[in-house]
Design a protein around this ligand. Structure first.
Ligand code: PMP
Length: 350
């Protein structure tokens, strides 16, 4: 332990993202990025940002972007919050709504950043085991929870939770914030946005890193009641009153305005997911029903770790989690049809 930090800092286990690789010829299917670049309109808008715009501070409230997102999702601008990737937005939500509020509930198979923030902010947790079908048993929650968070569809399983279950949860815990992390919602899961009109305890968190092909830009956002958004703004302003830079605001705005490109690229990924699911099934893999841009698959011929290592030797990166209920599984990001073919060909030879 360093003499410069406390035991609390010593006990932290930071989130470790999937391996990055800039090596030529690597097929990178381990971090759920889009296989397609962002909208050409978004690229152009970012190139058009002028020296004068960069000389000045950016709009601290990202008003043009928030207005566009509000119109796109059918809510008011004061119901939209933007930040540097949804990780930042989620971190603010933990600080604003889960600190000092009693036990925070999240599933035991879900985004592995949740326990990291809980630990960082010293939040008591109630961990909910997913059932044998890898569904989140939201009806099995104890009363008196301080907050609830889960991804929909779940990650890394890809399994969606129904809106009826989410609605029941919002009704049951009217004084606790329920965060639905919709990072992968665009690939075929029903969004909870309609529930915003009836429930002021719902916070939906979204990212531009997946379906909008902008992971490198770091833009995420939240939709919720004006009261919840106000809570996030208080936290944000305490850390960084200029969360989104001018280039990010311009690129994200143009991306929202180019719905044709967005729809095209999302449906190409959904088609390729079907191709990948079929191909893996033909090769004897078990696959959970995915509503995301990745599939969760296993094949008992080898452990998840062995499959991952063998693919890595072929310059193909997929994700494996060395955790008790996950160790047989691989999480494979859906690529282009060509990338899917390449992966299936490599697996067929292993
Ligand atoms: N939520 C989930 C469920 C994720 O898998 C990710 C990606 N690692 C994020 C949030 C964060 O995405 P970003 O910070 O790139 O918006």
């Amino acid at each position: 332990m360093s003499r410069f930090w406390s035991e609390g800092v010593d006990a932290l286990h930071p989130y470790v993202p999937g391996e990055q690789s800039n090596r030529d010829g690597v097929l990178k299917l381990n971090t759920n990025e889009s296989p397609y670049p962002p909208s050409p309109m978004a690229l152009q808008a970012m190139k058009n940002v002028s020296g004068d715009q960069l000389r000045r501070y950016p709009d601290p409230e990202s008003n043009a972007l928030r207005q566009a997102l509000a119109a796109y999702h059918g809510v008011n601008r004061d119901q939209v919050f933007v930040g540097n990737g949804s990780d930042e937005v989620l971190g603010f939500a933990f600080k604003a709504f889960f600190c000092g509020r009693g036990a925070l509930c999240f599933p035991d198979i879900s985004y592995s950043f949740y326990p990291v923030w809980a630990q960082l902010f010293e939040i008591e947790t109630h961990v909910l085991s997913v059932d044998d079908a890898y569904q989140i048993p939201l009806d099995a929650l104890p009363s008196g929870l301080g907050g609830i968070i889960f991804p929909n569809p779940n990650a890394p399983t890809g399994i969606a939770t129904s809106l009826a279950q989410i609605e029941a949860l919002l009704r049951r815990f009217p004084d606790s914030v329920v965060v639905v992390d919709e990072a992968y919602v665009d690939y075929g899961t029903e969004t909870a946005i309609d529930l915003l009109h009836a429930f002021d305890n719902l916070l939906i968190v979204r990212t531009m890193s997946k379906s909008r092909g902008l992971a490198g830009l770091r833009v995420g956002y939240a939709l919720g009641s004006a009261e919840l958004i106000e809570g996030l703004v208080r936290i944000k302003d305490s850390f960084n009153s200029y969360p989104l830079d001018a280039i990010a605001q311009a690129g994200a705005l143009a991306s929202v305005q180019d719905d044709v490109y967005f729809q095209e690229t999302v449906s190409a990924v959904i088609d390729a997911r079907h191709q990948l699911t079929q191909g893996l099934t033909d090769l004897g893999f078990d696959i959970l029903p995915s509503s995301a841009n990745f599939v969760f698959a296993k094949n008992s011929r080898k452990s998840g770790q062995e499959w991952q290592a063998l693919l890595r030797e072929q310059n193909i990166l997929v994700r494996h989690f060395a955790k008790p209920r996950l160790s047989d599984w691989l999480r494979i990001t859906v690529g282009t049809p060509e990338e899917v073919r390449k992966l299936l060909q490599a697996l067929a030879l292993l």
